[in-house]
Write a protein that binds this ligand. Structure first.
Ligand SMILES: Nc1ncnc2c1ncn2[C@@H]1O[C@H](COP(=O)(O)OP(=O)(O)O)[C@@H](O)[C@H]1O
Ligand SMILES: [Mg+2]
Length: 259
C-alpha cells in the first residue's frame, strides 16, 4: 500500500470541512489504519485553534499553505495560473510530515483552507480522493457545486483523474430533498456531462449527521468518540468513501471507453 491522501475541500467557510475531515480521519483510525488529520492554515488566518482537535483521538497537525510565488507583474495570466497550479510546495511538505508521523502506508486526511490555491493541480495529483462537503441550504449546495466544478475543471485541464465526491451533511429527513437540489444544480452547471459523466447520486456520499448535543460534546468531552453509534457511523463513512471512490474511477473509465 502507498500513502493515501484524502483532501476535504470547500471554497466557503462554515461549509463542514473540519468536521467532515475529523469524522473521516476517525473512521480510518478505527479501521486500524495509521492516520493523521492535517489542518491547512494560511498567512492571515485569524483563529489558529480548531476545538475538535482537543478531543479527537487521532494525531492532529497543522501545515501552512505557502504564500503564492511572487511573479513578475507583466507575466501573462495563463502562465501565472500554470505556475500556481504546479506549485507542489504544500503537498511535498505534507508527504514529509505524514511520513514522519504515520509512515509510508499512512492515511492522511487534509482539512484544506478555503483558498482557491488549496486544491491546486499539484495537490490533487497526489490525492486518493477529494471530498467536498455540502450542507443543507441552497446557498451551501451551490458552494459545493462550484467547488466540485472547479476541482473537476482543474483535473480535466491538467489530465488528472481523482475521485471527487460530494459529502452531504443533512439530517435524514432532508436527504431526499438535498440530493434532488444537488442533482439539479450539478446538471445545470455541466449540461454536457464533461465534469460528471455519470449520475449526480453516484458522487454523493452521506456524512454522519450529528445532532446539537453531540456537536456540543465533541468540543469538550473526549469520551464522546467512544460512543458506539458514532464510532460505527465514522467507520461506515470511511468504508463508503473508499467504495464511492472506486466507483468514480470506474465511471471515468467507462466514459473514456465511450468516446
Ligand atoms: N456532520 C455534521 N453534522 C451536523 N452538523 C454539521 C456537520 N458538519 C458540519 N456541521 C455544521 O456546520 C458547521 C461548520 O462546520 P465546520 O466543519 O466547522 O466547517 P468549515 O471547517 O468548513 O468552516 C458546524 O459548526 C456544524 O454546525
Ligand atoms: Mg474549518
Amino acid at each position: 500500500m502507498t500513502m493515501q491522501i484524502y483532501l476535504v475541500a470547500g471554497l466557503n467557510g462554515g461549509g463542514g470541512r473540519s468536521l467532515t475531515a475529523a469524522l473521516l480521519a476517525y473512521g480510518l483510525h478505527l479501521q486500524d489504519r495509521p492516520t493523521i488529520l492535517v489542518r491547512q492554515t494560511y498567512h492571515g488566518l485569524l483563529s489558529t485553534i480548531e476545538p475538535l482537535e482537543a478531543t479527537l483521538p487521532v494525531t492532529c497537525c497543522e501545515l501552512m499553505l505557502p504564500a503564492p510565488y511572487a511573479l513578475p507583474s507583466d507575466l501573462s495570466a495563463g502562465l501565472a495560473t500554470m505556475i500556481h497550479s504546479a506549485d507542489a510546495r504544500f503537498v511535498t511538505a505534507l508527504r514529509e510530515m505524514a511520513m514522519a508521523e504515520v509512515g509510508k502506508d499512512g492515511h492522511v486526511v487534509v482539512d484544506l483552507c478555503c483558498n482557491e490555491r488549496a486544491a491546486n493541480a499539484a495537490t490533487m495529483r497526489d490525492a486518493s480522493m477529494v471530498l467536498i462537503p455540502a450542507r443543507a441550504s441552497v446557498l451551501e449546495i451551490d458552494w459545493a457545486v462550484r467547488t466540485f466544478a472547479r476541482a473537476r475543471d482543474v483535473q480535466r485541464y491538467r489530465d488528472i483523474a481523482v475521485p471527487t465526491l460530494i459529502a452531504t451533511i443533512v439530517p435524514d429527513s432532508g436527504r431526499t430533498h438535498q440530493i434532488d437540489v444537488l442533482g439539479r444544480m450539478l446538471r445545470d452547471c455541466d449540461p454536457h456531462r464533461e465534469l460528471l459523466p455519470g449520475e449526480p447520486r453516484e458522487v454523493a456520499i452521506e456524512v454522519p449527521f450529528l445532532d446539537e448535543s453531540t456537536l456540543m460534546t465533541l468540543f469538550d468531552e473526549r469520551s464522546i468518540w467512544q460512543n458506539p453509534l458514532l464510532s460505527a457511523q465514522c467507520r461506515a463513512f470511511a468504508t463508503a468513501a473508499a467504495v464511492r471512490a472506486d466507483a468514480f474511477m470506474l465511471m471515468l473509465a467507462e466514459d473514456d471507453g465511450d468516446l
